[in-house]
Design a protein around this ligand. Structure first.
Ligand code: THU
Length: 125
């Protein structure tokens, strides 16, 4: 998991967050073992902001990947952040109930949850 942690830390440093000032990084592992990272990218029209998790997921999906057994989210806060509801919903397409979500801050990974613990009733068509 240290590979995901280091990647998420590196991506957080690339965050574009002039409004909230929260630098968030995410790194995921695909079912074939490849890693993808992302950061949050804010917008003057606040609703246009995209979170770090969704950046990483969209990058991986657009490269042809569909299954993500593990994702790590890093931000420099005392209590590490769980993915927001929009990111949880995006995860619902590509993560199984048993997939792991690691929540990390500068002290390291503080909590690891199964996706089903974060979002037990994902909306699915
Ligand atoms: N943010 C993320 O990147 N991931 C989350 O799951 C929650 C929020 C970002 C969006 C925005 O740039 C900043 O954190 C404050 O909401």
């Amino acid at each position: 998991m240290s590979d995901l942690y280091q990647m998420a830390v590196d991506y957080a440093s690339r965050a574009y967050a002039p409004f909230s000032k929260y630098l968030v990084g995410a790194a995921l592992k695909t079912s074939t073992g490849e890693l993808f990272g992302g950061c949050n990218v804010e917008n003057s029209s606040y609703g246009g902001t995209i979170c770090a998790e969704r950046t990483a997921i969209l990058k991986a999906v657009s490269e042809g990947h569909r299954e993500f057994p593990e994702i790590l989210v890093f931000t420099d806060s005392e209590d590490p952040w769980p993915p927001c509801a929009l990111c949880q919903q995006t995860m619902a397409e590509f993560m199984s109930p048993e997939s792991l979500v690691h929540l990390a801050n500068k002290k390291g990974v503080q909590k690891t949850l199964k996706y089903k613990e974060i979002n037990p009733y994902p909306f699915k068509l």
